[in-house]
Design a protein around this ligand. Structure first.
Ligand code: MTE
Ligand code: MO
Length: 311
């Protein structure tokens, strides 16, 4: 069992207090946010202050939990909410594998009682052309990486979703669109500097509630400047590797889905434009922002890269 260092240990009581406040204050939060004071419950969180815009109104809890992509529960937008009732996300643990000094298993309960949970309001832009604004709770992935101490040659991280065909009906089904079964388990990956970036979080909740199954309970990745499919749900393995790892969508269709998949209005998907998006709840399309609006924070990660080649 991996121990979390004393430096990671924080005051659970403070978090619970804050959590209750968030729970109690949902209505006022939505109101305050829509009137423009985006960072009010988040004064200690400069990231949100600087990266959200006055036009970014939170999507409702209903929208965020009923319009989903989670193919393990089916391909329709309402399938994850409808078909995920059999999935039991507790107890949960995450395997840490590969090029690290401290491989092993981390219990989710252990993480939750030892790491400070923060609020992060992020835009989520799906590669299909829709988007939302979601108030996540979670913590920087870098905290886990620091604890498990990767070797110097761990240049990438691969993430794996749980494989439970008995609880996830989509894992049994044939998908004609892909001429066969989508290769399970769902895999994703990040370069180490992307994984260490402070905007990259592991999320355990949203709107002050534990994640529902359809959103990737009990713990999922959120990488706000990349297309939504990079934000892999219900993670059971975090694997440190030397070379760019296999990811589900680039394996299924490498021409359409690259490893990087940074939100980029100037690089179209082969079958549709990425210049605009539809914010769920709105009718008129809006312009898609470079790196989903997080350009100031993340463009340095890609400064010497051809973003057309590395899409
Ligand atoms: N394991 C897994 N993770 C996944 C997906 C999936 O099908 N399986 N869909 C991805 C896609 S395409 C998007 S847009 C986001 C959607 O997250 P949300 O449903 O919480 O909004 O989850 C991503 N993570
Ligand atoms: Mo997506």
């Amino acid at each position: 069992m991996i121990k979390i260092l004393p430096s990671e240990i924080t005051n659970r009581k403070d978090y619970m207090k804050r959590r209750n406040f968030i729970k109690g204050g949902l209505a006022s939060m939505a109101m305050t946010l829509s009137s423009g004071a985006l960072a009010f419950h988040n004064k200690d969180n400069l990231i949100n202050k600087s990266t959200l815009d006055l036009n970014d109104k939170l999507n409702s809890y209903y929208e965020i939990t009923n319009y989903n992509n989670y193919y393990e529960f089916g391909m329709g937008k309402s399938d994850p909410a409808t078909n995920s009732g059999e999935f039991n996300p507790r107890p949960w643990s995450i395997k840490i594998e590969g090029l690290v000094h401290k491989p092993g298993t981390i219990d989710l309960e252990h993480i939750l009682s030892n790491i400070t949970i923060e609020d992060r309001i992020y835009r989520l832009r799906c590669v299909e052309g829709w988007s939302m604004v979601i108030p996540w709770q979670g913590f920087s992935l870098s905290k886990i990486i620091d604890i498990v101490q990767p070797y110097a040659d761990a240049n990438y991280i691969q993430f794996e979703t749980v494989y439970r065909p008995d609880e996830m009906p989509g894992q049994k089904r044939l998908f004609n669109e892909f001429r066969g079964v989508l290769p399970w388990p769902y895999l994703e990956g990040l370069r180490m500097d992307e994984a260490m970036h402070p905007l990259t979080i592991l999320s355990t909740g949203l709107y002050g509630h534990d994640l529902l199954n359809q959103n990737g309970a009990p713990i999922r990745l959120v990488v706000p400047w990349k297309y939504g499919f990079k934000s892999i749900k219900s993670i059971v393995t975090i694997r440190f590797v030397a070379k760019e790892p296999i990811t589900t969508w680039s394996k299924v269709n490498p021409r359409e889905y690259g490893f990087y998949s940074n939100v980029n209005p100037n690089v179209d998907h082969p079958r549709w434009s990425q210049a605009t998006e539809r914010r769920i709840g709105e009718f008129k399309r809006r312009e898609t922002l470079m790196f989903n609006g997080y350009e100031d924070e993340v463009s340095d990660l890609y400064k010497n890269m051809d973003l057309i080649k590395y899409y």
